[in-house]
Design a protein around this ligand. Sequence first.
Ligand code: FE2
Length: 268
Amino acid sequence: MTQIKACCESIARSGFGTLQISDAMLQDYKKIVDGYSAISQATKESFSFALDTDGFFPFGAEYSGIEDQPDLCERFCYWPVHASKRMAFDFTRSTFFAAVDSFERQISELAKELMDGVCGEFGVSPLAPFRSASYVQLCVYGAQTTGCVRRFAQDPHEDGHMLSFIKPTREGLVLVKGSSLEPVRLLEGEIAVLAGSLLTELSDHAIPAAYHAVLAPLKPVARSSLIYFANPNPEQLLTSFYRRQSIDLNSTVNARHTGFGNQPIHSL
Ligand SMILES: [Fe+2]
């Protein structure tokens, strides 16, 4: 069995799986997580496009449960669909940006392949390409965010997308299963794949959304997490996997997206 097939089966069964990424992706990943600290505050402030949920966002701009209990991280978001509007910025010529762009190109292909496989598990046709509705997000939890009384650096939640691909630099990510917390452990070349509630709806509730959280570290330590959020193509008329009924997820996509404190997605 290929590793993609095994991951698709695992997601269809439990809403969670792991995948091996290529060496090229791993190199890009390292450039991204290692390169963030060299980006100036001025660049972060100028390259920030809140209406598109694109670019840099300061510490605490997003939340996962309670609005006044923000995620204890800074963020950088990258949407390929907005990239052409950013070409005038020098930052788009940086090594960091090139690595994000390269990582996105590869993971979008992996996501398509994986989603095709999940559809295959249910005997339905592959979805229309969804790269333009999907994006990369880097979360940077600085060491200064530790020592607080919070149990979680990111409260329990599900991401509200179809699939989330998550690769953290260190421990902290846990799956929330009722009252128990299961640490997600990955090898160096592995990435976690979590189903979101859009996939739950699309699968007529066959696939559970993977609820998860980030534990606040006991000692001050920097931690980053690179994520790819896959959303469905807003122009596709979707059909649910079991009941084969048409399903409109566009308003749900926006409800989930704004539920984290983000602006609505314009194209929807
Ligand atoms: Fe999440």
